[in-house]
Write a protein that binds this ligand. Structure first.
Ligand SMILES: [Zn+2]
Length: 96
């Protein structure tokens, strides 16, 4: 980055990515003029977002509440089907 006042190349004085953006501050060593530029989202912010998205997708798939929209009776019938199956196994053992 060149100085806007004298055209000399400016020195990078600070790089701040704490806000999630790559903000770079420059100072001209020739005339002391200071300037800054924003280089879009910081790399860690991009990685962070990716991680959050994939974790959010996982959480949605695995969340107990994900099946909450199913009718109440569905779990009960699954349970009774299972108990009927166990009872059937029990009968098989008894039959032997
Ligand atoms: Zn300058």
């Amino acid at each position: 980055m060149d100085c806007a006042k004298c055209g000399e190349p400016m020195r990078l004085t600070e790089k701040d990515t704490s806000s999630g953006r790559d903000i770079r501050e420059y100072k001209c060593t020739n005339c002391g003029y200071e300037d800054w530029e924003v280089r879009g989202p910081a790399l860690w912010q991009i990685l962070h977002d990716d991680k959050e998205e994939s974790e959010a997708a996982k959480a949605t798939a695995n969340a107990p509440g994900a099946q909450a929209h199913l009718p109440e009776g569905r779990q009960d019938s699954a349970k009774s089907l299972w108990s009927r199956f166990l009872a059937w196994l029990d009968d098989l053992h008894k039959a032997k």
